[in-house]
Write a protein that binds this ligand. Structure first.
Ligand SMILES: NC(=O)c1ccc[n+]([C@@H]2O[C@H](COP(=O)([O-])OP(=O)(O)OC[C@H]3O[C@@H](n4cnc5c(N)ncnc54)[C@H](O)[C@@H]3O)[C@@H](O)[C@H]2O)c1
Length: 247
């Protein structure tokens, strides 16, 4: 019960890594608010957590909307009374916006992957400060560290923005007890599931540990940063990539 009595919001919690984190957090004792645009999937994950004796609620929220953030945080406080943890996990891949050099794709990636993190972090930090602090975990990527020819420029820029914004937020909100850290997954399903199998095999072969990551590889790292075990950890970067960027 590493998150006993904590209240956590996980964006993008209806699918993929966010879903794994929602299930793990609930198992570790947290009440979880799953925020996503995918209503049916999000409701199903929350219901399944409750069936298994966990506490979870789904809130339909588009993280690019400032008023959606206000509503999400207000619903969390109304339902569970406080906010201790925010995982800014919702994101879209570069392949979902088409032409890598078109402005529209760049703007969409920055809005969903980076501007959302700014809005969520600032609003959640203000709420957490009222109860003496909390933990915010921002999901970036190894693309926030390195260049890659097959990475959409807007995706890489959005993840680089999350990385350095996280440090600025850690410094700014540290005195209020709010910790802010970033996590940098390497190549994992489900986003990597979209390319064809040979590409998956190539990514695994290029990874020192010779496999793609699993959602739980990332979820355990996020759990650590969210928990009180990391109470002296802020402004740091946790890379979970099988050694890919160590090369
Ligand atoms: N899978 C990878 O290889 C990989 C690698 C590095 C980083 N990441 C990052 O990890 C995070 C999770 O990725 P995943 O692989 O689990 O992807 P995923 O597509 O399975 O899950 C992303 C979730 O975010 C939700 N979402 C998208 N836009 C939203 C919006 N505007 N408002 C609310 N919710 C929204 C989706 O509906 C989905 O449920 C993302 O930020 C992604 O960039 C993924």
């Amino acid at each position: 019960m590493r998150l006993k009595d904590k209240v956590a919001i996980i964006t993008g919690g209806a699918h993929g890594m966010g879903e794994a984190e929602a299930r793990l957090f609930a198992k570790e004792g947290a009440a979880v608010v799953i925020a996503d645009v995918l209503e049916k999937e999000g409701e199903a994950v929350a219901a399944d957590i409750c069936v298994n004796q966990g506490r979870a609620t789904f809130v339909k929220a588009d993280v690019t909307s400032e008023s959606a953030w206000e509503q999400l945080i207000a619903t969390t406080i109304a339902t569970y009374g406080r906010l201790d943890i925010l995982v800014n996990n919702a994101g879209i891949s570069g392949s979902s916006v088409g032409d890598q050099l078109a402005l529209a794709g760049w703007e969409k990636l920055i809005a969903v992957n980076a501007t959302s993190v700014f809005m969520g972090t600032t609003q959640a930090a203000a709420e957490m400060a009222k109860t003496g602090g909390g933990s915010i975990v921002n999901i970036s990527s190894i693309m926030g560290f390195i260049g890659a020819a097959d990475s959409h420029p807007g995706y890489s820029a959005s993840k680089g923005a999350v990385r350095i914004f996280t440090k600025t937020a850690a410094v700014r909100f540290g005195p209020t007890g709010v910790r802010v850290n970033s996590v940098h997954p390497g190549y994992l399903p489900p986003m990597i599931n979209r390319p064809n199998p040979p590409e998956r095999a190539a990514k695994a072969a290029a990874t020192p540990l010779r496999r793609l990551g699993e959602v739980m590889d990332v979820a355990y790292g996020v759990l650590y940063l969210a928990s009180d075990e990391a109470s002296f950890v802020t402004g740091t970067e946790l890379v979970i990539d099988g050694g890919y960027i160590a090369q």
